[in-house]
Structures are given as structure tokens and as C-alpha cells.
Design a protein around this ligand. Structure first.
Ligand SMILES: Nc1nc2c(c(=O)[nH]1)N[C@H]1C(S)=C(S)[C@@H](COP(=O)(O)OP(=O)(O)OC[C@H]3O[C@@H](n4cnc5c(=O)[nH]c(N)nc54)[C@H](O)[C@@H]3O)O[C@H]1N2
Ligand SMILES: Nc1nc2c(c(=O)[nH]1)N[C@H]1C(S)=C(S)[C@@H](COP(=O)(O)OP(=O)(O)OC[C@H]3O[C@@H](n4cnc5c(=O)[nH]c(N)nc54)[C@H](O)[C@@H]3O)O[C@H]1N2
Ligand SMILES: [Mo]
Length: 759
């Protein structure tokens, strides 16, 4: 029996390496899929195989080596698990009893096996036939006074083909209510970058990492959340490329990493020092860092140095003078205070940037999840524009996306604010008139549930109630609905916090084979760098009663839209017909989709900034100004700390693989608060003490999470961190970026309350 007591200690080994190899073996054993899992791993990210269901970082297909990582292996093992949630399981546990169980326990029960319907008379889920399930959905949707009373959520594992059909079904039904996981994730990229560089996507491809002369990593934890990215980073470092990591937590993999695929490093227990400059930023301080670097650049330009790419700026951009004026107004004391850095380090960062002829800036949730996350993303673009870091090898902006197809879902229509040109195309190609008004993003959909306008929620994947802010209010919101539908592989909290009617619809997973009347089908996904590739599952589906996501969408449409203009039945069997329609709706990027996808490594979607073409209203790249140095509203309370809610090494979003977080030295516990020693001492607290956190807001709602153990951790001053989703009750629904709708999950203003004390 392993020791279950919480333990906290400093992790001193390199990240990756044998620790990662051991963790891979352990998870395959735990899920009892050593043989099956290892065979499936051989097909993961290989031409002819399936795409890793974990993160969205591209894989270096074409290379012969195994392209998977520890966390990809965990995702696969949990999907291929031998454990099953059957009708007997549901008969043995009432929904109230299941509510008492942890998210971890729910996940460990295994794969869902057949459709289930909630029975309010007994509080149990009971089996339902697929036909009855679809009829129920159709009845509820057709009974609504307005199509805008339904919310259609998408999580980013959904493949392009399914997401496209779902967007068509929902638009033909008559609404643009598409809350999706991107709304909580990289939406500041999708909304912030179009007015800046003309497209809401990254401009870098994997090859660029081989040509970069400097790489900045802002606010993401690659070793855990995009482990395949460690390969190009380690290679760049070995070439002597400066790597600057900006983070309030010194993440282990950013410091030392052993590549599990480097046989020599593994055999010799060697490792690479990944980061050459660690920038210990205060939460939300990135804006001040960027402006400080620009201040140095303007200073050195004024002194006659060749700092800016003036030709590029003159030919390709607009707004340089306004940017110059904004930076001239920023003073060092304020920059130092807001960033938590010393001036000398900001000058070093500027120097690294100025010396590099090709720079990549990567970023993640530490940048996007702030109240002005979209504007912060625009400042990163500004910094890159100053030195012409677009449209040349080794340079560009690189958002590190989350879910494996979150970017693709957006591309093929999951968008609550669709353009009129796109809607015109839908009308032309599909033959119906789509709704023209904007729909709800995630936060707005929860608001609509709370105020009673929303009646039906359909979740195509994901775990909506656990992922959204304000957990307690979100639970209340879901429970007011007439119908909730969870289309899922695994049982999760979202199925237990349900509407008056509720369905769980189990699906075939990414790693599993799709056989239809027309033969074996494949799906496609688009990674973080806009590569579109085929994904063909190799395993037997977990149960004979599962349906594919595509079939579920088609049959929901048939049950809801008796007079539909769309050939839903045809799409169930032949996915190439869906790809033909995608090509027709998006001719500029998806022309000849069915042909081009035959290439073993897929194809790359056009990214105009790579050609220095700017699809903005003025045809230029724009320097966009965010005045001041704050990306979150100031809070007057002097006891305030900023809380970042982050992922551990052993979770995938709301899916908890274990209670350990190896690289941060935490074992058997997730209710922890990472805190700087001086912040602990200032409050007369001590490491190991149990505390509560309370959100500082003026909306009159008390948001409090109890039972957190303080961990003395090298956080930047005034910045604390803990785990998502346990700390989501602290995140107010209204605390989000108004441009993108993205909740500010990295900057929650909180105070620490010693247990027993009254705030
Ligand atoms: N194994 C695994 N892989 C995943 C996921 C997973 O849960 N598990 N989730 C997937 C998804 S959907 C996503 S979106 C990505 C998420 O991947 P990341 O973007 O890496 O996500 P987080 O763990 O939320 O934390 C980001 C980092 O931001 C830092 N940070 C917090 N506040 C600030 C700040 O103000 N400034 C700066 N510069 N840094 C800050 C934190 O210390 C942390 O290191 O990963 C994807 N891949
Ligand atoms: N406080 C705080 N909140 C956050 C974040 C944060 O950093 N802090 N991060 C946000 C981010 S970046 C994101 S992306 C969201 C994530 O939000 P979601 O995408 O909604 O959540 P996941 O945990 O990824 O969803 C897990 C569930 O998806 C289902 N699933 C898995 N694979 C498949 C599949 O192939 N098909 C189908 N149909 N279902 C499948 C399983 O049932 C599983 O339980 O959370 C957001 N919430
Ligand atoms: Mo995400």
C-alpha cells in the first residue's frame, strides 16, 4: 500500500528523464493496459495513426522516433483503460452518492459504455436507447420559445468534421450560442491578434525553432502542458540560443530537463539547462516587462543604435508614433513596481531581444487569463513588430494552445461571433439562412442560465461546470435547466450537476477505430501551428454501444430539424463528404481538402503574416496601445495577493490523474497554496499551516475555499498559486477580459485567512 500522507519537498532532479519514463510505465499499469497501451503508443502521432488526445503542440511527424511524452501517455492510458462504467455501476450508485466522490474517483471508474438518462423519481441514471435519447433532445429543443434559449458547448478534443457539423446544426437550429473551452483559454489570442496582425493564430511553425536566435516563454509551463515542446527548446539551447522564461513560479522543466528520447542523456543522467534567463515576474507584471524592454529600445534608438527594423515598420505597420508616445510616458519606478523585477534584468531582456535577428515569443495561460489578456497579447505582437519579427525564418508569435483541436474547432465554425462573410458562405453552401446576431460565449452562457433565459445545455465533450468560474453559482445555474446533455468518454462532475432532464451520451474516443457503413473513417485536427493532419484510431471502441461524435451530432440534428436542408444521414457514414463541405465554406484555406489530407504529414493552413500580408481593416499590422502598466483592475486592499490557478503535472484540465505534482514536490495533496516565504512571514503564518482563501470583491458574494496547506515556494512576491479546478469557487464570473470573454483565472485578488480567524 503506497504512503497516502501528504508530502511536500523540493524536487531537485532534472525534469523529464527517468522520472518521466517511470511515470509512463506506472500509468499504463494503473489502467491495466500495458500491452494495449504500449501498442497504441506506437501508433500515436505517426502517419497513419491517431493524434495524441492531450495537448495541441505539433509533433515532428516524418521523423522515425516515437513522438509521445509522459503526459500524452497518461491521456492515452486513461482513454484506453480497461475499467468500465456500466449500467450496473449506475444502478449501484445514486447521483447524490456519486456527488460525494472526488473528481479523481469519478475519472478512475473508466469509460462510459451506453447512453443513460436521469430518473428524477429515483435519483439514478438508467439506460435509455439511442433513439429515445435523440427524440428527447429534439423534443426539448423544438419546445423552446427561441433557439437562443439553448447553449451548445464544445470542448477542444472534438475533431474538425464533428465541430463543423455541430456548428451547422446549431446555426440551422437558429442560434450562435457557442460557448467553448477556447473562451476560457486562448480566446485573447483569437480576438486580440486579428486587429493587430490580421489573424487570431500563431505565425510560427516548428521549423522556426531551428532558426530562432532568441526564444521567450511567457506564462506557460511547457514541461507539463506541452512536453513535446521540450525537444525543440532543448535543441535550441544546445545551439546556444538564449531562452528567456517569464514566470512567477520557477517551473522545474524550464530550469533543467532531460529528454526521455535522448539515449545518451538518459544513460548518463545528464540534462540541459533550458532557461538562460529566468524572469521572476509578479503576476500580471508582463505588461510592465514588455513596456520596460521597449523603453530600453527607444532609449538606445535615440542614441543612434540600429534597434528597430525601420523599413519593416514603415512599409508594414501603423501606429508607431502612438506606441512611442505611450512608452515615453512610462517611468522606471512604476515599471519595477508593477513587474516585480529590477531594472537591470529588464535591460538584459531587452539586450537579448535587440541582439537577436529572429525571435519567437511563446505564451500560454499566464498571459491570456487576465482582465486585459487580449490587450496583453497585442503588446507581445507590438514587441515583435518593432524588429520585424514576422515573415522571416525563426521569428513570430507562438500561442501554445491547450486542447488538441481547440484551434481547429474555431477555424471550422465554433464561434459565437461569426463574421457576416462566413454566414453568407454558410447560406450559399448549406442552403439555409443562419442567424446573424452574436451568440453567447462561456461566461455569457452561465449568466443566461442564472437569469433563467437558458433552458437547455448540450456539452460536446468537456466538463463545463468544473471548468467555468464561480463553481457554486455554476452548479446552481446548471440545476435550473430543463435539459443537460453530456457527450463524453468519461464520467465527470458535469453529469452529476444536471438539469431536470439529463442525458449522458458515450462516444468513441480519439484512439479508437471508426467503422461505418462506408468503411473505415478518419478525422482531422489542426494543431497550435496550423498543421492539419488526419487521425485514425487503432483500438477497438470501449463498448459496442458507443456512437461516434459525428453520428451523435447528425442524429441530434435529424431529431430537431424535421425540415432540414442538410443531408445529415449521408455525413454519418462518409466523412469525406463533410470535408468537401468544409472546403466549400472555407475555400481560401481548405481548398482541395480531401486531396491535400492524403499527404502523410497533412498540410499547413495559410497564415498571411508569414508572407507579411495583413488581413486587417487598413491592410497593415497595427501597434495597438494599452495605456498604463496594469492588466487587472487595481485592488486597494493592502493584504491582497494575486492568485494564479494552475495545472499540476498529473492532471488534464478537470481530469485528475493523481494527487501528485512531481516537479513542484507535492505528493498526495491538491489543496495547497504556493506562497513566497516573505509573504508567509508577513502574515505571521508558517509553511504547513492550514488556511482559507477569500476573494476580494465588492459584489457582496462571499467566495471562500477552506483547508489549504501553505507551501513555502519560490513564488514572486505578492503572487500565490494553487490548483484549478479546486480553486474555481474563488473566481468571480464577472472577473473576465471584456474583449475576449476569457476569465482572469491567473489574477484572482484574494486574502489569506488563518483558520479560526474571522475575516
Ligand atoms: N498535461 C497536461 N497538458 C495540458 C493541459 C493539462 O491540464 N495537462 N491542459 C491543456 C490546455 S487546455 C491548456 S490551455 C494548456 C495550458 O498550459 P499552460 O498555459 O502552461 O497552463 P497553466 O498550468 O494554467 O499555467 C501557465 C503558467 O503561467 C504561469 N503564470 C501565472 N500567472 C502568470 C503571469 O501573470 N505571468 C506569467 N508570465 N506567467 C504566469 C504559471 O506559473 C504557470 O507556469 O495546456 C494543455 N496541455
Ligand atoms: N480556474 C481555472 N479555470 C480554468 C482554467 C484555468 O487555468 N484556471 N483553464 C481553462 C481552460 S484553458 C480550458 S481549455 C477549460 C477546459 O474545459 P473543458 O474542455 O470543458 O474540460 P476538460 O477537463 O478538458 O474535459 C474533460 C472531459 O472531456 C471528456 N472527453 C475527453 N475526451 C473526449 C472525447 O474524445 N470526446 C468527448 N466527447 N468527450 C471527451 C471526458 O468526459 C472528460 O471528463 O478549463 C478552463 N478553466
Ligand atoms: Mo485550454
Amino acid at each position: 500500500m503506497p504512503d497516502q500522507r501528504p508530502r511536500y519537498r523540493t524536487y531537485t532532479s532534472a525534469a523529464g528523464g527517468w522520472g518521466a519514463a517511470a511515470a509512463t510505465a506506472k500509468v499504463l499499469l494503473e489502467q491495466s493496459v500495458v500491452g494495449k497501451g504500449s501498442r497504441a503508443l506506437l501508433a500515436m502521432n505517426q502517419p497513419g495513426g491517431f493524434k495524441c488526445p492531450s495537448c495541441a503542440f505539433p509533433d515532428a511527424t516524418c521523423t522515425k522516433k516515437l513522438e509521445f511524452c509522459e503526459n500524452g501517455a497518461k491521456a492515452l492510458a486513461h482513454e484506453a483503460t480497461k475499467f468500465r462504467v456500466t449500467r450496473e455501476f449506475f444502478a449501484a450508485h445514486s447521483v447524490s452518492a456519486l456527488m460525494e466522490q472526488s473528481d479523481y474517483w469519478l475519472e478512475m471508474q473508466g469509460r462510459l459504455t451506453e447512453p443513460m438518462r436521469y430518473d428524477p423519481a429515483t435519483d439514478y441514471y438508467v439506460p435509455v436507447s439511442w433513439d429515445d435519447a435523440f427524440a428527447l433532445i429534439g423534443r426539448h429543443l423544438r419546445a423552446l420559445d427561441s433557439p437562443h434559449q439553448a447553449e451548445f458547448y464544445t470542448s477542444g478534443r472534438t475533431a474538425n468534421e464533428t465541430a463543423f457539423l455541430y456548428s451547422i446544426f446549431v446555426r440551422e437550429f437558429g442560434t450562435n450560442n457557442f460557448p467553448d473551452c477556447s473562451n476560457m483559454c486562448h480566446e485573447p489570442t483569437s480576438r486580440g491578434l486579428p486587429p493587430s496582425i490580421g489573424i487570431g493564430k500563431g505565425t510560427v511553425i516548428l521549423d522556426d525553432f531551428e532558426h530562432a536566435e532568441a526564444i521567450f516563454l511567457m506564462g506557460h509551463n511547457a514541461g507539463t502542458n506541452a512536453p513535446r515542446m521540450m525537444t525543440p527548446l532543448v535543441e535550441a539551447r544546445k545551439r546556444g540560443v538564449p531562452i528567456v522564461a517569464v514566470n512567477p513560479m520557477p517551473e522545474r522543466a524550464l530550469v533543467r530537463f532531460t529528454e526521455p528520447q535522448d539515449i545518451v542523456q538518459m544513460a548518463t543522467f545528464a540534462s540541459t539547462e533550458v532557461t538562460s534567463e529566468f524572469v521572476h515576474i509578479r503576476i500580471g507584471g508582463d505588461l510592465a516587462l514588455i513596456k520596460g524592454m521597449m523603453k530600453v529600445m527607444f532609449e538606445r534608438d535615440a542614441a543612434g543604435e540600429a534597434v528597430f527594423d525601420h523599413d519593416f515598420i514603415a512599409e508594414h505597420t501603423d501606429g508607431f508614433a502612438a506606441l512611442k508616445a505611450d512608452i515615453a510616458g512610462q517611468e522606471w519606478p512604476a515599471i519595477v513596481e508593477a513587474s516585480g523585477l529590477d531594472e537591470a534584468q529588464i535591460r538584459r531582456c531587452a539586450d537579448i531581444y535587440i541582439r537577436s535577428r529572429a525571435t519567437i515569443i511563446c505564451y500560454g495561460m499566464g498571459v491570456t487569463q487576465h482582465q486585459q489578456g487580449s490587450q496583453l497579447v497585442q503588446q507581445i505582437a507590438n514587441l515583435l513588430l518593432l524588429r520585424g519579427n514576422f515573415g522571416k525564418p525563426g521569428a513570430g508569435i507562438s500561442p501554445i494552445r491547450g486542447h488538441s483541436n481547440v484551434q481547429g474547432d474555431r477555424t471550422v465554425g465554433i464561434d459565437e461571433k461569426p463574421s457576416q462573410a462566413y454566414l453568407d458562405k454558410v447560406r450559399e453552401v448549406l442552403g439555409f439562412e443562419p442567424p446573424r446576431e452574436n451568440g453567447h460565449h462561456t461566461v455569457e452562457s452561465v449568466e443566461a442560465m442564472l437569469n433563467g433565459t437558458a433552458k437547455v445545455f448540450i456539452g460536446l465533450g468537456g466538463n463545463f461546470v468544473r471548468a467555468v468560474p464561480d463553481t457554486d453559482r455554476a452548479y446552481d445555474a446548471m440545476r435550473q435547466l430543463d435539459l443537460t446533455v453530456g457527450i463524453a468518454t468519461k464520467l465527470n462532475r458535469g453529469h452529476l450537476v444536471h438539469g431536470k432532464d439529463a442525458l449522458i451520451l458515450p462516444v468513441v474516443a480519439r484512439s479508437e477505430r471508426i467503422e461505418t457503413a462506408a468503411g473505415e473513417q478518419f478525422v482531422t485536427i489542426e494543431d497550435s501551428m496550423s498543421n492539419v493532419t488526419a487521425s485514425r484510431g487503432v483500438l477497438e471502441p470501449a463498448s459496442p454501444h458507443l456512437l461516434t461524435e459525428t453520428e451523435i451530432v447528425c442524429r441530434m440534428a435529424v431529431a430537431t430539424l424535421p425540415n432540414s436542408k442538410v443531408d445529415w444521414a449521408g455525413y454519418i457514414d462518409d466523412y469525406s463528404l463533410i470535408r468537401d463541405k468544409i472546403a466549400a465554406v472555407y475555400p481560401a484555406i481548405y481548398e482541395d481538402f480531401s486531396e491535400r489530407i492524403k499527404a502523410p504529414t497533412g498540410f499547413h493552413l495559410d497564415i498571411p503574416p508569414r508572407r507579411r500580408a495583413w488581413a486587417t481593416s487598413n491592410g497593415k499590422a497595427n501597434f495597438l496601445i494599452l495605456p498604463g502598466l496594469a492588466v487587472n483592475a487595481p485592488v486597494a486592499d493592502p493584504t491582497m495577493l494575486r492568485l494564479a490557478t494552475v495545472r499540476s503535472h498529473d492532471q488534464f484540465n478537470t481530469t485528475i490523474y493523481s494527487y501528485n505534482d512531481r516537479y513542484r514536490g507535492v505528493y498526495n495533496d491538491r489543496m495547497v497554496l504556493f506562497m513566497n516565504a516573505d509573504d508567509i512571514a508577513d502574515r505571521q503564518l508558517a509553511a504547513g499551516a492550514k488556511v482559507a482563501l477569500e476573494t476580494i470583491t465588492d459584489d457582496g458574494i462571499v467566495r471562500r475555499v477552506e483547508g489549504l496547506t501553505i507551501i513555502d515556494y519560490p513564488m514572486s512576491r505578492g503572487s500565490v498559486a494553487g490548483y484549478y479546478p479546486e480553486l474555481n469557487p474563488l473566481l468571480p464570473l464577472a472577473f473576465y477580459d471584456k474583449t475576449s470573454g476569457c476569465p482572469a483565472a491567473k489574477a484572482i485578488p484574494v486574502r489569506v485567512v488563518a483558520v479560526g480567524a474571522v475575516a
